[in-house]
Design a protein around this ligand. Structure first.
Ligand SMILES: [Mn+2]
Length: 330
């Protein structure tokens, strides 16, 4: 059995790509099971209700030596707890590569807007057959529901093509997929998704922060970066003091060098960031030329953690390390 695992704090792309890939592998005659490393967010729940999908089982740890496929991530810190004693047999992802393996494995990493795009391309290789074509064992076809799930993943990760991570391929794939999915109004569908994601009610603040949260190793130090992609930015801004206090707490508790939390207004494409302390505020302000608005760091058009935020940090810490090394050599 191959377990297909998306990343911790799962989002729509990670869940949908894993589920559809499970179906793809099964149709190829491979025993596979998609599992979720955490609760589904409200956007994913909305999708599952809309298309009557059963949520994948949760998993916290797997038995030693289990075969796993990493989907939508390749970093240990974003993966299942005991990833180190599991057997990674395959990786499918669209993030920067940061992995070392002890044997050759199958790796498919593409600079596309979502992992669902990469899974969609697997069907494209065989001409995008719809379910009605009944090609027989070993020739996967795409059901209406699965085509819808792939569209949902692409829309979610690219913020319906607003994110700078979007490629022409993502747009072309959505058009092709929708010939099977037949979603009437994609714009309307995307707004329903974003509104569902933005509806957090009285969720405890720690859950709010960790809803879309990842830990990164920058120059040997660990930093947490959470984002809240929303159509209701005031929800986060109104809770800014609670959030800042929680970021400080998480920094201590998880032994991190710093924690950042970006409220991202999807429709206006604006970023409002909170941090775990003065040093972090200074760093963020410097890196992104942010404007301090009553304790919130405002940056226009900064909406992608993957393509805009993380690379800036990476570069900053790599340059800093080079500088120190050079000074040591002298
Ligand atoms: Mn993704």
């Amino acid at each position: 059995m191959k377990y297909i695992l998306g990343h911790l704090n799962p989002d729509t792309d990670t869940i949908c790509s894993a589920l559809v890939y499970e179906d793809f592998l099964k149709q190829k005659g491979v025993e596979a099971k998609a599992m979720a490393l955490g609760h589904l967010n409200n956007e994913t729940k909305f999708i599952f209700e809309k298309f009557s999908i059963t949520a994948p089982d949760h998993v916290h740890e797997l038995p030693h030596g289990s075969e796993i496929i990493l989907l939508d991530h390749n970093e240990e810190k974003q993966s299942i707890k005991n990833v180190n004693n599991l057997d990674i047999v395959e990786i499918i992802d669209h993030h920067k590569v940061k992995i070392e393996t002890d044997k050759p494995i199958s790796i498919l990493i593409k600079p596309l807007g979502s992992s669902c795009s990469i899974i969609a391309e697997k069907y494209l290789e065989t001409g995008f057959p719809s379910e009605s074509e009944k090609l027989g064992v070993g020739h996967p076809t795409l059901s209406k529901t699965n085509a819808s799930l792939l569209i949902a993943g692409i829309i979610s990760d690219t913020l319906f093509f607003r994110s700078p991570t979007t490629t022409q391929t993502d747009k072309d794939l959505v058009e092709k997929l929708n010939q099977i999915a037949q979603i009437e109004d994609l714009e309307k569908f995307s707004l329903e998704m974003f509104d569902a994601k933005s509806d957090l009610g009285d969720m405890p603040i720690e859950e709010v922060v960790r809803l879309d949260y990842k830990v990164f190793d920058f120059g040997g130090k660990n930093y947490g970066i959470g984002v809240m992609e929303t159509t209701n930015k005031d929800y986060g801004i109104n809770r800014k003091d609670e959030i800042s206090a929680k970021l400080k707490e998480i920094k201590e508790k998880d032994n991190l060098a710093g924690v950042f939390f970006s409220i991202i207004d999807i429709l206006e494409e604006k970023n409002y960031t909170l941090t775990s302390g003065d040093e972090e505020t200074e760093l963020f302000t410097e890196l992104f030329n942010a404007e301090n608005q009553n304790g919130i760091l405002f940056v226009d058009k900064l909406i992608s953690r993957k393509k805009q935020i993380v690379p800036k940090f990476e570069k900053h810490f790599t340059d800093a390390r080079r500088f120190t090394q050079k000074n040591h050599q002298r």
